[in-house]
Design a protein around this ligand. Structure first.
Ligand SMILES: Cc1ncc(COP(=O)(O)O)c(C=O)c1O
Length: 490
């Protein structure tokens, strides 16, 4: 069977208007969708790669990726990063018997529209999961410093007097939920009781549950721009239409969100330490966001993924604690303070939503593993957690100093990197006009993982940058990686 020829970029006859009202990805989405609906792009036609199309259209690759993702989520496109993207074969393909044969192939057309949407969302976890992190992959905690012997002792102690080995509470192991409620009240300024805590398998499951319980397909969601791909993929898998809302020095620009989609159903924010830019949302923006949510009857998902690591002041109180209208769903994780493979996180949900979240969780996978929850509850209850976080905060602060010093020594004038007041990564800005994706690719070829900031954005950024995680790497590894990066950039 002959493969249909790829639609040449020029033949797609797409014109995007950078000054236009809607974002570039939305314009591209509309143009491609119309071409498919009007039959100019037949079912099965392969599309050019996102890189090629981006080059041809003069937009960032992420603009194309986001348009493709949205079209795939809605069933217009299908395929994978490896096999390439094509127009879904459920659209007419005049006179092609071959396409009919392919159409009946099990596994593709057997999927529901929802299944296709989920299968087509690009998630970083798919490509990176399982591979050993190298500097400067972000989001990796200092696993070398995790007290494994202590954890192992606590685990065997637990096995000697195990908690229930049968099914447990859907919301999680009660002593852990109590410990979490105490911690978020005292440490994060949250307002909650243990009944509002739902233990989940990491933030990702929390985001997925929140999207499925609170959104209908096609609901609009304000998404930080640039923003966290994990949140984007969970929301898109639920069929949401993402509305990129810019982030400035005060966090999400609420007025822009109001202008772009006043009736959105949800906003996703990381106010303590915005991912990836690292800014902290100002108090007035927080109030404004909560005001909008109350007026619009919208939900705010607060991703508080690494707020424990604040180096200048005490950790800032969370948005959930300011919410008087029960609009905030707080998402916390132990992936950063403990280790990602633990797969434990938690939601704090408004009291009236507790039963719905419990039902969704029961339908998904019942509950998180009880033994890990019990050991974690002991780890917290015996005071090890607070000690470990304090210790890691000091280590991370030292590691960041090493990174900044090495950048100043080897990359002065190329990378503009400032000490970050919080978190486990920073953005090192490139000179104006330098293509961060090209720089990131050169770095990778030299053995250094430094993601391009534009990877996290839908629209073109004013300035490119590299995302540099430092927390997970020892000082010598950080220095070595900076030297490699400097050589690659020379
Ligand atoms: C913004 C953000 N939220 C949440 C997480 C944690 O995800 P999980 O709890 O699913 O491991 C990360 C990890 O990198 C993150 O960057």
């Amino acid at each position: 069977m002959r493969r249909p020829r790829s639609a040449a970029p020029a033949a797609l006859l797409i014109r995007l208007d950078p000054e236009g009202e809607s974002p570039l990805y939305r314009q591209l989405y509309t143009a491609l969708r119309d071409s498919i609906l009007e039959g100019r792009l037949a079912g099965g036609t392969p599309l050019p790669s996102s890189r090629l199309l981006a080059g041809e259209l003069g937009v960032s690759r992420n603009t194309v990726v986001l348009a493709f993702d949205q079209l795939a989520a809605e069933g217009y496109l299908e395929g994978t990063a490896r096999s390439g993207t094509r127009v879904a074969r459920s659209f007419p393909c005049p006179g092609s018997a071959g396409a009919r044969t392919e159409r009946s192939r099990p596994g593709l057309d057997g999927l529901s529209a929802r299944g296709r949407a989920i299968a087509s969302v690009a998630s970083p976890a798919l490509s990176r999961g399982g591979s050993a992190p190298r500097p400067f992959r972000a989001g990796v905690p200092g696993l070398d410093e995790f007290p494994r012997a202590l954890w192992s002792r606590l685990t065997s102690r637990r096995w000697r007097r195990p908690p229930v080995l049968g099914y447990g509470d859907v919301s999680g192991y009660t002593p852990l939920r109590q410990a979490i409620a105490e911690y978020v009240r005292a440490g994060r300024g949250a307002r909650c009781v243990a009944n509002q805590v739902i233990v989940v398998n990491g933030s990702q499951q929390g985001l997925d549950l929140a999207a499925r319980v609170l959104l209908d397909p096609d609901d609009r969601v304000w998404m930080e721009e640039p923003g966290y791909p994990g949140a984007r993929s969970a929301l898109m898998a639920a069929g949401a239409r993402l509305v990129p809302v810019p982030v400035d020095a005060e966090g999400l620009v609420v007025d822009r969100g109001r202008a772009l989609a006043p009736g959105a159903r949800m906003a996703y924010v990381s106010p303590s330490h915005q991912f990836p830019l690292g800014v902290t949302m100002s108090a007035s923006r927080r109030l404004d966001l909560l005001r909008w949510a109350a007026e619009a009857g919208a939900w705010v998902v607060e991703d508080d993924y690494d707020s424990e690591f604040r180096y200048d002041t005490r950790p800032l109180a969370c948005l959930q604690g300011m919410d008087e209208e029960d609009r905030v769903i707080y998402v916390g994780t132990f992936s950063k303070t403990m280790f990602p493979a633990l797969r434990l996180g938690y939601l704090i949900v408004p009291e009236p939503l507790v039963d719905a979240f419990r039902a969704a969780r029961a339908a998904a996978d019942r509950h998180s593993p009880t033994m890990e929850q019990a050991v974690l509850a002991d780890f917290i209850g015996d005071g090890h957690y607070a000690r470990h976080v304090r210790r890691m905060r000091r280590i991370y602060s030292e590691r960041q100093d090493v990174l900044i010093e090495a950048i100043r020594k080897h990359l002065a004038g190329v990378l503009d990197a400032r000490l970050s007041a919080a978190g486990m990564h920073l953005v090192a800005w490139l000179p104006e006009g330098m293509d961060d994706e090209a720089v990131s690719a050169r770095a990778l070829a030299a053995g250094v993982e430094a993601s391009a900031l534009s990877r996290y954005a839908v629209d073109r950024l004013n300035r490119g940058g590299l995302l540099l995680g430092w927390a997970g790497y020892q000082p010598d590894d950080l220095r070595g990686a900076v030297s490699l990066l400097a050589a690659a950039l020379r």
